[in-house]
Design a protein around this ligand. Structure first.
Ligand SMILES: CC(C)(COP(=O)(O)OP(=O)(O)OC[C@H]1O[C@@H](n2cnc3c(N)ncnc32)[C@H](O)[C@@H]1OP(=O)(O)O)[C@@H](O)C(=O)NCCC(=O)NCCS
Length: 165
């Protein structure tokens, strides 16, 4: 029921509508700001989403843009590895969309033989995200204590990974 596709300029207003929500950005890095303005969306669609060291896809659910998933390649001796990130518009949470989108993305990434490892960094309170990763076969590699400071709060980071053997 889901489909992954590239971003287009016609996604900009919908991106602002979905992403400009503190409940979506709460456990995401400052690269996903709040408030999420039209300028942020224009930058993402025209520049961020087409950066050379990454793959970024719109998640469509029943033909509608509902979220995003992407990977960022690591460099140097970690070139075989990429960080995966994802978000879903709040009104669509709990429908299995992130789990399905991640599975499709994992297959897409590992079909490129250069990738051996995908990892995700999850802030400690973000149990839904940990569950999504576990459902997609990621394992917990470790917990990095006091790794992130955001909104006047320290967070432990749960480091999850999946390998292509
Ligand atoms: C995390 C997020 C991507 C999940 O998207 P989603 O489409 O709702 O995820 P799914 O429906 O595929 O799966 C969610 C799972 O988490 C579970 N879950 C939800 N809230 C939970 C909680 N508080 N504690 C434990 N599990 C929880 C659901 O029950 C479901 O598991 P199940 O299928 O076994 O019942 C979505 O909440 C989101 O976009 N959050 C904001 C952005 C974000 O945090 N991204 C991840 C950064 S690491």
């Amino acid at each position: 029921m889901i489909n992954l596709r590239d971003y287009t300029k016609s996604d900009i207003d919908r991106l602002v509508y979905l992403a400009n929500n503190e409940n979506v950005s709460r456990y995401l890095s400052y690269a996903f700001p709040y408030p999420y303005t039209k300028l942020d969306a224009v930058w993402w669609v025209e520049t961020g989403s087409v950066a050379k060291d990454s793959i970024a896809k719109v998640i469509e659910y029943r033909g509608e843009f509902v979220g995003g998933v992407g990977i960022t390649n690591q460099k140097g001796w970690k070139e075989h590895s990429a960080e995966i990130g994802y978000w879903i518009g709040e009104e669509y949470w709990g429908n299995g969309i992130a789990s399905e989108a991640l599975s499709v993305m994992i297959d897409l990434v590992f079909s490129d033989l250069k990738y051996k490892k995908l990892f995700a960094q999850v802030l400690e309170p973000n149990k839904a995200s940990m569950r999504v990763l576990e459902k997609c076969g990621y394992g917990l590699e470790g917990v990095l204590k006091y790794e992130v400071f955001k909104s006047e709060q320290y967070f432990d980071v749960y480091h999850y990974a999946k390998y292509c053997s």
